[in-house]
Design a protein around this ligand. Structure first.
Ligand code: PLP
Length: 398
């Protein structure tokens, strides 16, 4: 039988992402050689437990909350009190004036992104992504009916290549997704980068006579090390939609909770906010999980113990550099983006597999020639994996 389902959706659903494929391979290898002999650096699943405030919140809500309201529908855009808490937090932390009416609670950053893109998309629009980027952007942008335009970052520091960025802007540009701290490079865009980006976009808005939005994808905002600060984009560029998620900061990726913030100073705020509500409705994303919305006031601004990620980063960066790998020390998130020892990153990752090192080839991140190592794993596994990284480097040095 033919044409019974959408070809596009069939293609998306019937083949796993490279990352998931590798994770499944890892499970198979574990069954064959034992968990202690497989070094799985494939997934970005937080490895440290959620902070105590999560347990305290859930216990308090379940033991003392109204059992019907607790699990009932909230407003489509999220519980009013929860959105007020988010607004208070943004005012206190970033000094950005806002209210509950600027927030839309979502099922994590993925939902925040698909809703934001759908809210903005008009026929012929383009969204710029900065490579290396989270591979799902391609899927989300296509689903919104927009075209994706890739711009590669500088390879010395993974900041924006402004010449390439300016060349990519056109009368079709509607949005630019920025993700800082970045998956997969771990880079944090500096204040200078953000200021320059904002100024280029202000000029482009004037030149093309249309609004261009930054979509700030921020699930890693709090995961930064060594006193690095992450500029809050709406304070530099008012036409920003912040797509936030608690998945990584609170180690809750399976619970699906986040929000979209539409700054009140943005041009056409009400139109954009209502389009966000409309996109949430049309995608079936109304009323984010009620229990986890209500956890937010207990936990906003808190994080799980990220000192473990910093320890892992330092251990891996130092050892890999010593073995001859080229690594730009990342300031945030929990990924290392390492130059592969041959041009073909997929071939390199296949050779790594022979050492039971599971590394993700960078081709799907839009920047071939690298591999991504997720260091949200146990420090013990990293220590056990180091001889394998060393042996792999030696294979190329022979
Ligand atoms: N954006 C980036 C850059 C990510 O790395 C991820 C998840 O790994 C997401 C979005 C999706 O996050 P969430 O689990 O909050 O949907």
């Amino acid at each position: 039988m033919k044409n019974i389902v959408s070809e596009k959706m069939y293609a998306l659903g019937s083949k796993r992402s490279e990352i998931r494929e590798l994770f499944e391979y890892g499970k198979k290898r574990i069954a064959e050689v034992g968990a202690e002999n497989v070094y799985d650096f494939s997934l970005g699943n937080p490895s440290v437990p959620a902070p105590d405030c999560v347990k305290e919140a859930l216990t308090d809500l379940i033991c003392n909350g109204d059992p019907v309201a607790l699990h009932g529908y909230t407003s489509a855009q999220g519980d009013q009190g929860v959105r007020e808490t988010c607004a208070d937090y943004i005012i206190k932390t970033h000094g950005t004036e806002c209210s509950a009416n600027d927030f839309y609670m979502t099922c994590g950053a993925a939902a925040s992104l698909t809703i934001s893109l759908s809210a903005l998309a008009q026929e012929g629009d383009e969204t710029i992504v900065l490579a290396p980027y989270f591979p799902e952007y391609q899927v989300f942008i296509a689903q919104a009916g927009m075209n994706c335009v890739e711009v590669k970052c500088n390879e010395e520091d993974f900041q924006v290549d402004f010449d390439a960025f300016e060349a990519a802007l056109s009368e079709h540009t509607k949005a630019v997704i920025i993700n800082s701290p970045n998956n997969p490079s771990g880079a944090v865009l500096s204040e200078n980068t953000i200021k320059k980006l904002a100024s280029i976009l202000e000029n482009a808005q004037k030149k093309y006579g249309r609004n261009i939005f930054i979509i700030a994808d921020e699930p890693y905002r709090e995961l930064v090390y060594d006193d690095i600060s992450v500029p809050f984009i709406p304070n530099y560029y008012k036409n920003t939609l912040v797509c936030y998620s608690f998945s990584k900061s609170l180690s809750l990726p399976g619970e699906r909770i986040g929000y979209i913030f539409v700054p009140p100073a943005s041009d056409c705020h009400d139109e954009v906010y209502f389009a966000v509500c409309g996109a949430g409705r049309s995608l079936g994303f109304v009323c984010a999980p009620s229990l986890f919305q209500k956890m937010v006031p207990y936990c906003i601004g808190k994080t799980s113990d990220i000192s473990i990620y910093k320890k892992n980063r330092d251990l891996l960066c130092n050892a890999l550099t010593e073995y001859g790998y080229k690594v730009v020390r990342p300031d945030g998130a929990f990924y290392l983006f390492v130059k592969t020892l041959e041009e073909d990153s997929r071939a390199f990752c296949e050779k790594a597999k022979a050492h039971d090192l599971l590394l993700v080839a960078s081709d799907s991140f839009g920047m071939p020639g690298y591999c991504r190592i997720s260091y949200c794993v146990s420090t013990d596994m990293i220590e056990r994996a180091l001889p394998a990284f060393k042996a792999l480097a030696e294979e190329y040095n022979k």
